[in-house]
Design a protein around this ligand. Sequence first.
Ligand SMILES: [Zn+2]
Length: 213
Amino acid sequence: MFNFYAKCPLCGGIHEYFFDTKNLIRYCLGDMINKDDISSYTKEFEVECKTCNNSLIFSIVVEEGTFINILLNATEKEIEATKKIALKSLRLYKERYNSQTRAVRLLGEDIKIIPNQFCAKHKFRIGEFIMFFNKFWRIDESYKVVGIGDHLYERVYKVVSLHDEDERLLVTSIDRFPALREVDWNADYWLTDDEKLRKYKLRPGFSLVIETE
Ligand SMILES: [Zn+2]
C-alpha cells in the first residue's frame, strides 16, 4: 500500500490518499517493494480530489525494485527526469537517520509527501498552508537562493506549525528531496551528521533574496 498527502492543483485542497490497499504493507520512498523482483516500472492510479472531484493521476515510480518516487499528473518526461535524481537522494538519507526519527524531530526529508509538489520551481505563497510530517504548516517568510546570473538554486521558507507553533525552515530544491531544518541562519559548516540534519547552510557564493508574496 502507498499512502501520501497531495495538494490538488485545481482547488488547493490537501488530502491523504491511499493506493493499492489490498496489499497491507505500507511502503515509503526508498523501500524495496519485493526483494525477489528488481524490475523497473511505473504504476498509475486515478483518484478524485476529496474537495472538488478533480481527477488526479498519481504515478508510482519503481526503479530496480525500489519505490523511488510518486508524481502527480506527471508527463513521461517528468517521470524520466525524476528517476535520475531520486535514487541518489534516497541513498543519501538512508545513511543518516531513519524516517521515524526524522518525523519525531520534524527535521530532514519527509517520505509521505509528493516530492515534485515541493520543488523549487514551484513557489509557495506567504500565508499558504502545506502538509509536512503529518502536520499543517503556514508559510510565513519566503526566500529564494540564487547563484551567478540570478540562477535559482533552491527556496527557503520559514514555516510555523498550526498545531503547536513549532518553527522550521522548509528547503525546496530542483534535484533533491525537500527537507525541514531548524530556524538558524548562521550555520557556515557542518561538523557532525546531526548538524547536517538540523542546520541549513547557504552555499558559498549564493545569495538569499527575500520574496514579499
Ligand atoms: Zn481539488
